[in-house]
Design a protein around this ligand. Sequence first.
Ligand code: IMP
Length: 192
Amino acid sequence: MSVEDQGLIAERAWPPEGELGPVVISEEQIAQRVAELGRQLTADYAGKAPLLIGVLKGAFMFMADICRAIDRPVEVDFMAVASYGTATKTSGVVRIVKDLDADLADRHVLVIEDIVDSGLTLSYLNRYLLSRRPASLEVCALLLKRGQQRAKLDVAYVGFEIEPDFVVGYGLDVAERYRNLPDLRIYNEPAP
Ligand code: IMP
């Protein structure tokens, strides 16, 4: 971003009037659910040392919290994917921007995702990760949008099922903004 653009953004009112809707899931609710999921994962991965794969960028905050809630010897790695589409809808065509460093062969892999909407991104990732022959592959998604899935998916761990609104905060963005909000809030798309 140019210095001029940074200056313009810094001078604007924050948050921009009307863009943010109500809180859908509060910081406290997230913390409570992360602790519950952590207990469940600790039990389910007893005797195992899972490899957590965070899908950047959206899952960075959830990854930081969930890995601390799992009382097992976990390892973490990250992938970055970009999906083509509009600001708020994916086309399902996914490009790997950053690949894994770890070898997945014979590892118990747990994918940490921010949100499953159409499920196309996750279905692509699953196929890609399975081709690397892990011992097991499961998905832990913070959010799942009710009734939106266009791909058949098996998401073993879901934080919250939400209505199909566009949400921001706790790592989730629109055009790279709002990732730093501590709660999840509805994003009101500006009228065209
Ligand atoms: P899918 O392929 O349609 O399931 O979309 C998955 C990706 O789209 C997520 O990993 C997010 O990066 C992004 N996404 C989908 N819905 C939202 C949302 O409500 N807020 C922010 N990002 C979203």
